[in-house]
Unconditional design. Structure first.
Length: 194
């Protein structure tokens, strides 16, 4: 091959390398792990809604992304609801426990907003706490489910992630006395992708 013929090929190859390097530098450096802390309000529904007022919720989770858009999360949730007494007394119901599930990011290449959905299992218990209750009364931990969705607004490795989720599980000794504890959460999280 003559030098005249190889110069255009060499120039084209150099241009491709030169243009590819800046494009690659713009891709974010993503590791498979992320950590999230959330806080918000919790609205009881069903059996719990007949008893308790709107409360608050706090949660934290870690996610392992085994492929870029899909991850497995594990975390802990703490939610507290006030129950008003007939006269002056009252107490709080505290739902707490472990969460495990899958989180799916929905790609939106043309806008800087990252929608997400999640679903999984919860292993929670409910406790009654208050001045009129001598010892805290706890239920056994029960298996239930959690689903949720939201948006991510990111700047580099940090994202603000508003969202809603629904938690539900049954509490009771047998099928006749089971009570369904369920509530909606509206919360905002800060998610860090390391």
């Amino acid at each position: 091959m003559s030098l005249k013929r190889s110069l255009p090929l060499l120039a084209g190859a150099l241009a491709a390398v030169a243009l590819a390097a800046p494009a690659r530098a713009q891709l974010p450096s993503i590791t498979p792990f992320s950590f999230e802390a959330r806080a918000g309000v919790a609205q009881p529904t069903g059996d719990l809604g007949d008893l308790a007022n709107t409360g608050y919720t706090l949660s934290g989770s870690a996610t392992y992304h085994f492929i870029p858009l899909v991850g497995i999360y594990g975390g802990y949730t703490y939610s507290r609801f006030e129950v008003e007494g007939d006269d002056e007394g009252g107490f709080d119901l505290v739902d707490s426990g472990f969460d495990l599930g899958a989180r799916l990011a929905i790609p939106t290449p043309l806008i800087p907003i990252d929608p997400w959905i999640k679903g999984g299992l919860v292993f929670h218990k409910v406790s009654a706490e208050g001045e009129d209750i001598e010892d805290d009364e706890d239920s056994d931990r029960e298996l239930g489910f959690q689903v949720g969705a939201g948006l991510g607004f990111g700047i580099g490795p940090v994202s603000l992630t508003p969202g809603v989720s629904f938690i539900s599980y049954k509490v009771g000794d047998d099928d006749d006395d089971d009570v369904t504890l369920s509530y909606w959460e509206a919360s905002v999280g800060v998610r860090i992708r390391l």
